[in-house]
Design a binder for this molecule. Structure first.
Ligand SMILES: [Zn+2]
Ligand SMILES: [Zn+2]
Length: 459
């Protein structure tokens, strides 16, 4: 193809007529907010770690540090220093793409905003409470007011571009009555928090069958959603597609369709596509043709109007491997071309797009440190793809450089997958009890919500 212009496709509006709003302010006023963030931070130190989402869940911490990226800034970030990158005015982009990352809300939800400003994000995800504990204190009025204030101050429309992520503990497909009630209580509490914060979209993992029949599990999810919708007023519950394997629900478009089919209020349900999960589950996005095919299938099976958001992650694991390992943009098996397709797709304008890529880097002392410059750079990289000629030198050189950065991680995971496939095949061939499992590498089929030691992701 000579041009980057997207091929002729019927115009699909995933945003249900919502016009993307240009940012009121292009350049954020960082200082006052940063000071507030610091002030708030010390208050809730014990909650802090639980808000630090990404260090735990974004892939193997030993990823090699790209040359130009700084680690010194990471500690400065804790003090609320100058932004690592200025926010791009969305109105200045050729397409209104709102790109950000899953930032920390350590110390309170209000801190997600300075953290988003810090990396130049125009959209952001956060946890509304600890994602690994059942018991959490109620959100304070002060946290709510500061969140609302910070959004206003920095020109974030939380209704459109904040995408909280649900707890890893919650499984709405849970068959045990007491555990299902516990999951529901946590879920609906999050929805209420969203409504207090003016957040319209709430992203969560559909759940696990835990070995039960899939239709029954799907029906339980929908029933919980219906109940939650009745007990709240406006928030849209957004199902995330999953990488698959074992009992996980949501790796196929059909799973998502089946949940949505049983939801009474269709205005209150949607889908967030995680690009890494999609690819690992067998939805290809690598070439423009594959991207179109995958999106056509999504539109046919699920329906274009349900697409509400993206998680933008490359994949350390190969296609259809069911492994959930997020890679930095362009360094994984998806490659930069996939992200070029996304960034230039008109129908995705206005949707929140959230990075969940690894930012842990090895510090000089060998300890893992978060380098938020990685996200700042990735946001700018993705924005630069809008309107870029994918056959031009700039694109090709960048794609090549990033692929070279990821070669070690890709071959490491490819080896693991190959070994697993060989093992499964051998077992199947041997006629043992394990026969009948697909000759495909899979994670152990355990629930991942509690197995954070696994190196696979849960985002
Ligand atoms: Zn997730
Ligand atoms: Zn995700």
């Amino acid at each position: 193809m000579a041009r980057s212009s997207p091929r002729k496709k019927p115009t699909v509006n995933y945003n249900e007529g919502e016009a993307p709003k240009p940012l009121a302010r292009a350049v954020a006023k960082v200082k006052s907010l940063a000071a507030k963030a610091t002030h708030k931070r010390k208050a809730a130190a014990e909650e802090a770690d639980d808000g630090e989402v990404n260090g735990h869940s974004n892939g193997t911490p030993a990823a090699p540090a790209p040359k130009k990226r700084r680690t010194a800034k990471a500690s400065k970030d804790e003090q609320g220093g100058m932004p690592l990158a200025e926010r791009t005015a969305v109105a200045s982009l050729k397409k209104a793409m709102y790109i950000g990352a899953h930032v920390s809300a350590a110390g309170g939800v209000q801190n997600s905003i300075p953290n988003a400003v810090h990396i130049g994000a125009n959209a952001f995800a956060l946890f509304l409470k600890s994602q690994r504990k059942w018991d959490n204190p109620a959100m304070t009025d002060e946290a709510r007011d500061l969140f609302l204030h910070n959004c206003k101050e920095h020109g974030y429309d939380a209704g459109a571009h904040a995408l909280p992520h649900g707890s890893y503990l919650v499984n709405l497909a849970q068959p045990d009555a007491a555990k299902a009630d516990q999951a529901y209580a946590s879920f609906v509490d999050d929805l209420r928090r969203c409504e207090q914060l003016g957040v319209r979209l709430y992203n969560f993992h559909p759940g696990s069958t835990l070995g039960d029949a899939r239709p029954a599990a799907v029906a339980r999810i929908a029933a919980q959603l219906n109940k939650a919708h009745r007990e709240t007023s406006s928030v849209v519950t957004v199902l995330e597609n999953m990488a698959g394997g074992g009992n996980v629900i949501g790796a196929t478009w059909e799973d998502l369709r089946d949940v949505i089919a049983l939801v009474d209020d269709k205005d209150r349900v949607g889908v967030c596509i995680d690009t890494c999960h999609a690819f690992a589950a067998g939805h290809d996005l690598r070439t423009p043709e594959a991207f179109d095919k995958t999106m056509d299938a999504f539109n046919d099976v699920v329906g274009a109007k349900y697409l509400k958001a993206f998680h933008l992650n490359d994949s350390k694991a190969p296609f259809n491997s069911n492994r959930d390992l997020h890679a930095n943009i362009g360094t994984g098996f998806l490659g930069l071309r996939a992200f070029h397709s996304i960034m230039n797709h008109d129908a995705f304008r206005g949707l929140p797009m959230v990075l969940e890529t690894p930012i842990d880097r090895k510090g000089p002392d060998g300890k893992s440190v978060e380098d938020k410059q990685v996200w700042a750079d990735e946001i700018k990289l993705l924005e630069s793809l809008i309107g870029m000629d994918p056959d031009g030198d700039e694109f090709l050189a960048t794609a090549k450089r990033l692929q070279a950065e990821g070669v070690g991680e890709r071959s490491k995971i490819q080896d693991q997958v190959d070994k697993k496939v060989a093992k499964v095949a051998k077992k199947a061939g041997g006629g043992g009890a394990g026969a009948g499992s697909k000759a495909k590498a899979k994670p152990k089929g355990k629930r991942k919500s509690k197995t954070e030691t696994s190196d696979d992701e849960t985002d």
